[in-house]
Unconditional design. Structure first.
Lengths: 113, 114
């Protein structure tokens, strides 16, 4: 049983389109994150939710909108996709917002043409 | 702002060589420290973590790391690498605050020659 699962794993789309990536964790964790990994493997935190409340928003363009319907789910919606949005997006969760390690999903590779 | 530096961008070793990957962080308060590994095409997995206590931490697959507070460092070591250790290695730091976040270094690519 996958602890942190993301869908889709691969996403190829045209510039200007809108797309969503979904994430679910079955670990009972309170806090979830989105990270973006660029082509140079650099990992940058984007958002974090704790019990459905947004607690971290790292100067991400407002074309990116996270949504957390419950504490087990954190989705990422991206409007008006641009070439620079091409990356691997990782969802992660942790038990506590202050301590503990991150558990990562397998990533969603987004390619914008 | 907090930051994590990994000065080795790409390390190439032969099998059985010893490994040390550098990690330095900038944050004056209490920290938790991590090393994650990302095998080709896979997600990040935890190798080891430091929270408190013994500054020498042992992780999975024979890896260990030493927290030296005075040097703001958390270097990763392995006495004898294997070809299967070929991967990207990330150091990360968690800072204690109201909205704690885990910040990652830029990663070190490790290539092992068989």
């Amino acid at each position: 049983d996958t602890a942190v699962s993301q869908t889709p794993k691969y996403l190829v789309t045209q510039m200007g389109n809108d797309k969503s990536i979904k994430c679910e964790q079955n670990l009972g964790h309170d806090t979830m994150y989105w990270y973006k990994q660029d082509s140079k493997k650099f990992l940058k935190i984007m958002f974090s939710y704790n019990n459905k409340e947004l607690i971290i928003n790292e100067t991400v363009p407002n074309r990116f909108s996270p949504k957390s319907p419950d504490k087990a789910h954190l989705n990422l919606h991206i409007n008006s996709l641009e070439l620079g949005d091409s990356a691997v997006y990782f969802c992660a969760s942790r038990h506590d917002r202050a301590t503990g390690e991150l558990f990562f999903g397998e990533g969603s590779r987004l390619t914008v043409l | 702002a907090q930051s994590v530096s990994q000065h080795n961008h790409h390390v190439i070793l032969s099998e059985a060589a010893s490994l040390e990957l550098g990690c330095n962080y900038s944050y004056g308060g209490t920290v938790n420290l991590f090393w994650y590994v990302q095998y080709p095409g896979q997600h990040l997995q935890l190798l080891l973590k430091y929270f408190s206590g013994d500054p020498l931490v042992k992780g999975i697959k024979g890896f260990e790391a030493e927290f030296i507070k005075s040097k703001f460092s958390f270097n990763l070591r392995k006495p004898s690498v294997q070809w299967s250790d070929t991967a990207e290695y990330f150091c990360a730091v968690n800072t204690y605050s109201s909205a704690s976040k885990i910040i990652f270094g830029s990663g070190t690519r490790l290539s092992i020659r068989p």
